[in-house]
Design a protein. Structure first.
Length: 288
């Protein structure tokens, strides 16, 4: 439910996207803040990196997301901007299990608000598979990714800078592209990769929707000092005392909420209500 009198009620917020992310972002901002999310026109977000790698990101994930949000102000007459970036692939410790992280940035250039929220996820169909030409398993792998509801890309393994993105509207076309790219590859292999662009990936769109609710919910909360939106978690302080000896442990003692506009911060108790840590985790009671 939108808050009456919220600073963003009735305001336009620009969204940097060319892949229909407004379908995920607009509803929570409208419902919780009564704000209108509008897509930034004539903005090629692929210039800041592509999932297929032919255009690398100019910086790390969070920094790139902030750069993308800043671009909104160049083509839209708004004071607030939104952008998101995602990264997907195998987990380092469990290479066969893909995962991802979504980052969403919000900027309010009049109030000086800058908020970045993240959401890690194991909900993804991300796959990167290699096949030789005429491999009978290609069609099965394409279907396993979720095609045609989910998009795919095809790449030549020795020319990864030029992925096949168009003409992959039928299973036969995808298989034909795989065979063609494999035959022109130096090692005889073609690469099949899931299309992680939001408008071609329903699972990623759901993750973006969840992250949008998280960010919009945070923006509901106003700073108790300067009343800027977005007062929320900025970290924690460890040192919860041991239940036996009272010495500090590595457990979180309290959470810290803060304002990105004025810097005001407040400590609050742990959400679970714990006031002491288990003696088994105490370095004084259990020295190594």
């Amino acid at each position: 439910m939108a808050l009456t009198g919220h600073p963003y009620a009735g305001r336009r917020i620009g969204l940097a996207t060319m892949h229909a992310k407004e379908r995920a972002v607009a509803p929570p901002f409208r419902r919780l803040l009564d704000a209108e999310v509008v897509v930034t026109p004539r903005l090629d977000t692929d210039e800041l990196g592509t999932f297929t790698g032919e255009v690398p990101r100019p910086d790390a994930l969070v920094e790139t997301c902030l750069i993308k949000a800043e671009l909104v102000f160049r083509s839209l007459d708004v004071d607030c901007a939104l952008a998101s970036e995602g990264s997907y692939g195998p987990i380092d410790s469990v290479p066969l299990v893909p995962s991802g992280v979504e980052v969403m940035a919000f900027l309010d250039r009049t109030r000086g608000v800058k908020i970045v929220e993240t959401l890690p996820t194991h909900r993804t169909n991300w796959r990167l598979l290699r096949f030789k030409a005429d491999d009978p398993n290609i069609a099965k792998a394409v279907k396993a990714i979720g095609f045609p509801r989910y998009g795919v890309f095809v790449l030549c393994s020795s020319d990864m800078a030029h992925p096949v993105k168009t003409g992959l509207d039928t299973l036969d076309n995808v298989v034909a592209a795989m065979n063609r790219e494999a035959r022109r590859s130096d090692d005889g292999m073609a690469v099949l990769i899931a299309d992680m662009r939001a408008h071609r990936n329903p699972t990623r769109m759901r993750v973006l929707r969840a992250l949008s609710w998280k960010l919009a919910n945070r923006l509901q909360h106003l700073c108790p000092k300067c009343h800027a939106p977005g007062f929320g978690s900025i970290g924690n302080r460890r040192g919860l005392p041991c239940e036996a000896c009272g010495e500090p442990t590595h457990w979180v003692h309290y959470e810290i909420d803060g304002c990105s506009a004025c810097g005001h911060a407040e400590a609050r108790p742990r959400k679970d209500g714990r006031t002491t840590a288990s003696a088994r985790s105490c370095p004084s009671c259990n020295p190594k």
